[in-house]
Design a protein around this ligand. Structure first.
Ligand code: GLA
Length: 525
């Protein structure tokens, strides 16, 4: 009995001892781990390049706080724990502005993994997949944006005489984002021809972000594994009678974290010319961490590349992408820009397209041949909107003389998508030589009637129903502007491809929810 007691108390004290050791080990591990400081989290992109994200961590016992950032040290706050070598942390949403539940642009991120041998092995879920990265210690200086380089004295660059009508083509970003490859671009060029799109004017095949591979020892930009030979690709695209576009940034990094042209503008423009590039989309991205957002800075940054393109000796369409900050429609032409984004990124949703599209009317008067407002690329055929909404997208972009840059997979299009992107009568509005501004004829509840006069004296009228229910809507024939008043008129419905009877005092159509009726009206000669 005594012995059993003794054994039990022995066991108890052994258990107690083990417990103490265990707890001691944990607090030892946490005490031993000192994650305080700066970390460079490198995540492989799968094409031989890495995406760097920086962490500033503060450890207090098992608690982690800090922030996560690109090269913008403002970053986003994070919170987490380190326990027994296991690390977890997640971003903390910043306060939402009044009247909104989510802070704009905030994407929650969560990481988990281990701390071993001075490295953090971290997993993060991205679109249903686990992405693995390794964070190693770095210095504060290495996480900071580089010092600004001097910008050129502002002057007016000459007009490069390109794209007298809005550029038409295809761009990889909306559908493929970081997944675009050389093979995709080639087959897209094939489809541009076989679908009949190239004959209608869609000639630019534009590679967006994620083709870049860094720089060689001489500072020349190199491609990543997805694009083994850019010159060969450009030869292929040209052999189809098409033109090739590429993408870069005035910052050290592009928006997807790839190599940008900062400090290498002349070298890059020369290389693009050697490759046979015909179009450059130049995206502000990380340059905004180096230069504050002022008209002078943006003009300087874009003039720098404008001068480099001019010096390259090759005609290259120049597409400015700085999201409409500092009114680029007022100075884009001075840096020899041919088009300039007027907004943030479009998404494949009615809300996004509607907001962007109808937000352009006030600046429509800035369009000129060779100088185009760019409300971003088309989403037609990507599946997030219905046919009526995509017809509105195409009609509105055409009335606005916007670039028609398809953003879908043109190798695989439904008949409806084809009927929208290949509608010659609507394309003709977009491509009208006069590029006159679009104007509002009337606005009532959710119905907006817009008109634009064409080079041949005809007038195009779009009856847009922005509401969620079908609506009877129209206009008085007598309210038509320009030289049509009092004349005998003829009219065509550009989506039904049929004549419209001009009779009575008013034209009325039953316009579907989010849909459009588009007419071209001319005087009978
Ligand atoms: C920005 C641009 C997009 C696209 C991406 C690529 O968001 O506005 O159109 O080019 O960058 O990273």
């Amino acid at each position: 009995m005594e012995q059993a007691k003794l054994r039990r108390s022995g066991l108890k004290s052994k258990g107690f001892l083990l417990g103490c050791l265990f707890l001691g080990a944990i607090s030892y591990a946490s005490a031993q781990s000192d994650l305080n400081g700066y970390w460079d989290l490198r995540v492989p992109n799968g094409d031989g390049t890495f995406r760097d994200t920086y962490l500033e961590l503060h450890q207090s016992g098992e608690t982690l706080t800090g922030k996560m950032f690109g090269r913008n040290p403002a970053g986003i706050a994070l919170e987490g724990t380190i326990k027994d070598g296991a690390v977890r942390f997640a971003t903390v949403p910043p306060p939402a502005p009044a009247g909104s539940s989510v802070p704009p642009g905030y994407r929650p991120m969560a990481y988990s993994g281990t701390y071993q041998d001075g490295k953090l092995q971290l997993d993060t879920p991205v679109r249903g997949q686990t992405v693995k990265g390794v964070a190693e210690r770095t210095t504060k200086e290495a996480t900071m944006p580089p010092a600004p380089l001097p910008l050129p004295a502002l002057r007016d660059l000459p007009d490069n005489q390109l794209v007298r009508t809005p550029p038409m083509g295809w761009n990889s970003w909306n559908k493929f984002a970081g997944k675009i490859t050389d093979a995709d671009v080639r087959t897209m060029a094939d489809a541009m021809v076989s679908s009949g799109m190239s004959k209608l004017g869609y000639v630019y095949i534009n590679i967006d972000d994620t083709w870049e591979g860094g720089r060689d020892s001489a500072g020349n930009m190199i491609t990543n594994k997805k694009f083994p030979d850019m010159k060969a690709l450009s030869d292929y695209v040209h052999s189809k009678g098409l033109k090739l576009g590429i993408y870069s940034s005035p910052g050290p990094k592009t928006c997807a974290g790839y190599e940008g042209s900062f400090g290498h503008e002349v070298q890059d423009a020369k290389l693009f010319a050697e490759w046979g590039i015909d179009y450059l989309k130049y995206d502000l991205c990380s340059a905004r961490n180096i230069y504050s957002s002022t008209e002078a800075n943006h003009r300087g940054l874009y003039q720098k590349m404008g001068e480099a393109l001019e010096a390259s000796g090759r005609p290259i369409v120049y597409s400015l992408c700085q999201y409409g900050e500092n009114d680029p429609w007022k100075w884009g032409s001075k840096v020899s820009g041919n088009l300039w984004r007027t907004t943030g990124d479009i998404r494949d949703s009615w809300e996004s397209m509607d907001k962007i599209g109808f937000g352009q009317l006030e600046i429509s008067s800035y369009t000129r041949p060779g100088r185009w407002n760019d409300p971003d690329m088309l989403e037609i055929g990507n599946g997030g909107m219905n046919g009526d909404e995509y017809r509105t997208h195409m009609s509105l972009w055409s009335l606005l003389s916007a670039p028609l840059i398809a953003g879908n997979d043109i190798r695989d299009m439904s008949d409806e998508t084809k009927s929208i992107l290949l509608n010659q009568e609507v394309i003709a509005i977009d491509q009208d030589r006069a590029a006159k501004p679009v104007q509002t004829l009337s606005k009532q509840d959710k119905v907006e009637v817009l008109w634009r006069s064409m080079d041949d004296g005809s007038v195009v009228v779009g009856i847009f129903n922005r509401g969620g229910n079908p609506a009877d809507a129209g206009f008085d024939w007598s309210s038509l502007p320009a030289g049509l008043a009092g004349k005998k008129l003829q009219a065509r419905d550009l989506w039904k491809h049929s004549a419209v009877a001009v009779s009575g005092g008013k034209y009325t159509a039953n316009v579907p929810a989010h849909g459009v009726a588009l007419l071209r009206i001319s005087a009978v000669r």
